[in-house]
Structure formats: C-alpha cells, structure tokens
Write a protein of this length. Structure first.
Lengths: 104, 310
C-alpha cells in the first residue's frame, strides 16, 4: 500500500460552495436547505436566495442535518430545522462546560 | 458474512408494512439516539437499529434482503448464487464487507447503485475520521499517519473494501471539537465525478497546565504572599517555552496578566494571547522564626480583607 501525503485545512479558509454543490455534498434537498437558512441554522456567505454561496463550514452543518433527518426519521423541514438548532445549542453548551471543567 | 435479522432488531414481523416499520424505528431511535439516550449501550444499539431501518425502509433493499432468506442471527451465511445479478449489485467479495455494505450499493435516497448504473458523473462520498491530538500537537501542528478502510463501488456496482494509508499534515492552532478537511481524499468519483473529501474530527487531550479558550491559553500562576505584596519577577511555562513575568507590587488573587501573541495560532497567521491568572498560595507549615515574622506583620497592619463584609 503506498503512502499518500495530504494537507488538512481549516473549514473557514475562504473556500465557498454553491447551493447546488451543497445539495450534492450534503444529501439534503434544496427545500430542506432553504428551511435551514430561514431558521438561522445555516447562513449563506453571499448571494441572494437561490444564488447563495456558503462557506465550507456549512457542509458540515448540512451533513449533520442530513444525519439527524435519517437517524430520527424526520419528515418535514421545520422539524429538521428545530432539531438541528437544538443540537447546535447542545454543542455550544458542551464547549462551555469543557472550558469550565478543572484540569486533570 | 454474518446474518442480521433486521425484523427482529426493529421488533416487527417480516410482513410488517412500511408505516409499522417506520413507527417501530422512531420509537427505538428516541430510546437509543446517542444525543439523548442515557442507556449504557445506546450507541451500539442505535447503530444496530439504524442499520436495520436503512435496509427495510427502502422497498428495493427490503426485497433484496428478504431474498437472502431467513437465518439464525449471527450465523455465517452466503447470499444465493445469482442474488447479486438479480439486484444489479455486481460481484462482491463476502470476506471483506458486511451485511450493511451489501445493501448500501443498491438504490436508495442519496444515489446508490441505481445512480451508479446510469451514465452521468457520480461524485465520490465524503469520509470522516476521528483524530486524537496531544495539546502540543494541536499547538505546533503535526504530521499523522491515518489508516482508513472504506467501501467503494465501481461502475458496475461491485463493492470492495479499499484500505488507504495517508500521512496528513495538521496545521497548528487546531482546537478540540474542530473539523478539518482534506480535499479529494474521500471516495473516488465515477465517470468523471469529483472525488469526495476526508473530514477529520479533532479531539485534543487536556493539558495539566494549559487551558484553551477559543484561541487564548490560560495558565494558573501561583505566587507567594510576599511576592504579591512586594512584587517579583517569576518564571512561568508557556507552550513555546519558559518566560519571565513581572508581578507588580500589590497584585491580588484572581488578577490576570496578559502575554500578547502567545496563544494558539490562527489560520491568518495571527495568534491569540496567553493569560496567567494569579493565585496566592501560602506555605502549609512555617518554622518558629517565620511564625514570629508573620505575627509582626499582623500586629503592624490595619489591612482588613473583610471590611466590605462588615
């Protein structure tokens, strides 16, 4: 097996993806993505509706949304958006908690 | 290949309709989803339940699964000889894939084998890998060797597990919980489709001295009472080496001293700061001479630290 070399990049390196690319990479439908933007779970980096561009960070958020949709068998965009916002809140609280824990 | 009884996992009869299967899955998902469940084996049970539902919710996959026949759960089995041809799944090696991989290649939402059987470009899938770093690796950057094994499908829908070994350079300034992207190192695209990416889920081990908050680093600075009162120069550790810090006279417990630019590196090249937080530490035992000196200070001062509580 040959050894490949690669560089890992931060997600906020300025690279953007179009709505079409985000649909393709996340597995969400355009309607589901629009629902996530409307509820504030996803924020376009630029562009007007249907011509949005997103930062790479949004791929991670959108893939999380798709995972939740599949895992919880969610049927509608509204439920998906609410669940995603709640998990984002949980993640933020866990980050805060990690910072408050005493060191070993 | 080990047989899994997906109907038994979901607790439904083999002739259950789609609605009953969905209801059964939702109930179990609520019970075992790792984000909400307190059950000890929640993650493993959830994976089991999700795998069963992934196959049974899709009519084509369910039909293909039913045609495998019924076997004892956990027993070794092989699909019937023409099973692969009947479901357009091509040839597969039983030795290096499991039951879930068998059905992932068939059609379903997200473009599986059905899409693969067409002639348009198919993008490769994105992979995820967990990476554990020490604090030092996160601060300085690191090169890591990753061994990945992913199931890949060719244009005929043949499934095989392909090992990849790669050496990945992780940039400095990575923090706990961050994700990094390795472009083009995910699944191979088919018919000119773009290759997928590899996402790294970063965990950084806690450090006994340093605490990271955003891009800033915090360290406790113990000082003796006389150092706080009289002022002093003290040496403290930083991730980049020891530095000398001036403790001004009259320093109070809890005060933070900022060392600019000694925190975590940002992608744009700038750096966060390091904060040394003062804690005043008293000796646990003193000899007779020291005791008398402390008593002299006590008797000579009118300082009252609890004046505001009166």
């Amino acid at each position: 097996m040959t050894l490949e070399f690669a560089e890992a990049h931060f997600l906020d390196d300025g690279t953007t993806v179009t709505m079409t690319e985000l649909v393709e990479r996340s597995g969400l439908t355009p309607a589901e993505l629009e629902g996530l933007v409307e509820c504030g779970a996803l924020a376009p980096a630029a562009g007007a509706a249907r011509a949005w561009v997103f930062s790479l960070r949004c791929i991670v958020v959108a893939r999380t949304a798709r995972r939740l949709r599949e895992e919880l068998a969610l049927d509608d965009s509204h439920s998906l958006a609410v669940v995603l916002r709640l998990t984002q809140r949980i993640d933020a609280l866990e980050d805060e908690l990690r910072g408050l824990r005493p060191r070993p | 290949m080990k047989y899994k009884d997906y109907y038994a996992v979901l607790g439904v009869p083999r002739d259950a309709d789609a609605a009953a299967i969905k209801t059964a899955y939702r109930k179990l998902a609520r019970k075992f989803h790792p984000d909400v469940s307190k059950e000890a084996d929640a993650e493993e049970r959830f994976k089991e339940v999700a795998e069963a539902y992934e196959t049974l919710k899709d009519a084509e996959k369910r039909a293909a699964y039913d045609q495998l026949g019924q076997h004892a759960a956990g027993s070794d089995f092989r699909p019937p000889p023409d099973w692969g041809q009947s479901h357009g799944a091509g040839q597969f090696s039983f030795d290096d894939i499991d039951l879930a991989d068998l059905f992932a290649g068939l059609s379903g939402r997200g473009g599986g084998g059905g899409a693969r059987r067409g002639d348009r470009p198919i993008p490769g899938g994105d992979y995820e890998a967990a990476v554990h770093l020490t604090f030092e690796q996160a601060f300085e950057g690191a090169e890591l060797e990753l061994d990945l094994a992913a199931v890949e499908y060719d244009e005929q829908g043949n499934a095989r597990r392909v090992p990849h070994r790669m050496r990945v350079r992780v940039p400095k300034g990575v923090t706990d919980g961050q994700k990094l992207r390795v472009p083009g190192k995910g699944g191979k695209g088919l018919r000119g489709g773009r290759d997928g990416d590899l996402y790294l889920d970063i965990t950084v081990a806690a450090h006994p001295l340093f605490r990271v908050d955003g891009m800033d680093i915090h360290v406790d600075l113990p000082v003796a009472p006389w150092e706080a009162v009289l002022g002093s120069s003290v040496e403290i550790p930083t991730p980049a080496g020891r530095v000398t810090l001036k403790v001004p006279a009259g320093t109070r417990a809890g005060q933070k001293m900022r060392l600019g630019g000694r925190g975590m590196a940002r992608p744009d090249g700038s750096k966060g700061d390091l904060y040394a937080q003062v804690e005043i530490v008293v000796p646990t035992s003193v000899d007779e001479r020291q005791r008398k000196l402390y008593e002299q200070i006590r008797d000579a001062t009118t300082f009252d630290p609890r004046a505001h509580l009166a």
